[in-house]
Write a protein that binds this ligand. Structure first.
Ligand SMILES: [Zn+2]
Length: 94
């Protein structure tokens, strides 16, 4: 007898390795750690530092890598100890 456990997944755009370009993949939805929130991203900017990730000219970063660090969305889950944010709150991250 086997047990199937449903795992929530999300789409992400990642660079699997230097020179591989961008690809859309399914990833497990991460749980926020203590002091963190998980954001349901509605829009994401792409800037020059993301181009450096794609090109592999940013030293010392691990791959696969999901570029994009300038997002707008809503708080979807709260980690332990988070009190200053609430679920469904609209947020932006620079
Ligand atoms: Zn940037």
């Amino acid at each position: 007898m086997s047990t199937t456990v449903a795992v929530a997944t999300m789409k992400a755009v990642q660079v699997s390795r230097v020179g591989a370009g961008l690809e859309i993949v399914e990833r497990e939805v991460p749980e926020p750690g203590p002091g963190e929130v998980r954001i349901r991203v509605q829009a994401c900017g792409v800037c020059h530092s993301d181009a450096l990730v794609v090109e592999g000219s940013w030293p010392g970063i691990p791959y696969p890598r999901v570029p994009g660090h300038e997002v707008a969305g809503v708080v979807h889950a709260l980690g332990a100890g988070v009190t200053e944010w609430h679920k469904d709150q609209r947020v932006g991250v620079g």
